[in-house]
Design a protein around this ligand. Structure first.
Ligand SMILES: [Zn+2]
Length: 205
């Protein structure tokens, strides 16, 4: 597609939006025209939120969740059970589990799953920091709550092998969630039940 833009400014804005996941050129154009119709203040607030997010958002030094502070709100909450750590892929999974209101422990955000096809190895994920976290004491149970995909399964197994020597209790969320499902798409009741009914991890895949 080779659109003729009457304005380089317009073309540049559309190109930036079209770089976003799931946004095609048509949608990008619609969004840009929408912004152009807004007050300057509203557009500045939009641009400001994006740049401030990038500039100031941190990763929690304990769980690696996205946070406004060095230690995230969940890790800093004294009412949470710090002896239980739920391992998830990303912040969307943290939000999905939080929405169930069935889990009161802490999290460990891996940043994805092991996927050789995508060039993601264990070293690209927060696995070593999980092992260190368990070794430093205070954690009695680690709950694996990764996607029920082949990549999720092999990541579970890798973590199991790394954590087995520590003697920490390792469990996996109940597979009420269908194979291939991602956590963030499970409904809250199902996901909540999967966490409550977690089972000991069987290391013999
Ligand atoms: Zn945290």
């Amino acid at each position: 597609m080779n659109e003729q833009f009457p304005s380089v400014l317009l073309e540049r804005a559309v190109s930036e939006f079209a770089k976003l996941p799931g946004i095609g050129r048509k949608t990008a154009m619609r969004l840009v025209l929408h912004l152009l119709r807004q007050d300057l203040g509203a557009v500045e607030a939009f641009a400001g939120a994006v740049t401030t997010l990038k500039r100031e958002a941190k990763f929690c030094r304990v769980c690696h969740n996205i946070s406004d502070t060095e230690t995230c709100r969940i890790c800093a909450d004294p009412r949470r059970d710090a002896s239980t750590v739920c391992v998830v892929e990303n912040i969307r999974d943290v939000m999905a589990v939080e929405a169930t209101q069935q889990y009161h422990g802490l999290y460990h955000v891996l940043g994805g799953v092991i996927s050789p096809i995508d060039g993601i190895g264990p070293g690209d994920l927060q696995i070593e920091s999980l092992v260190q976290r368990v070794k430093s004491g205070g954690v009695s149970e680690v709950i694996l709550a990764l996607s029920t995909t082949m990549e999720g399964d092999s990541t579970n197994f890798y973590i199991y092998r790394k954590l087995a020597p520590t003697g920490v209790r390792l469990s996996v969320i109940a597979r009420g969630i269908a194979v291939g499902d991602e956590l963030e798409y499970a409904d809250e009741v199902t996901l909540g039940r999967s966490i409550v009914n977690r089972t000991p991890f069987q290391g013999n895949l």
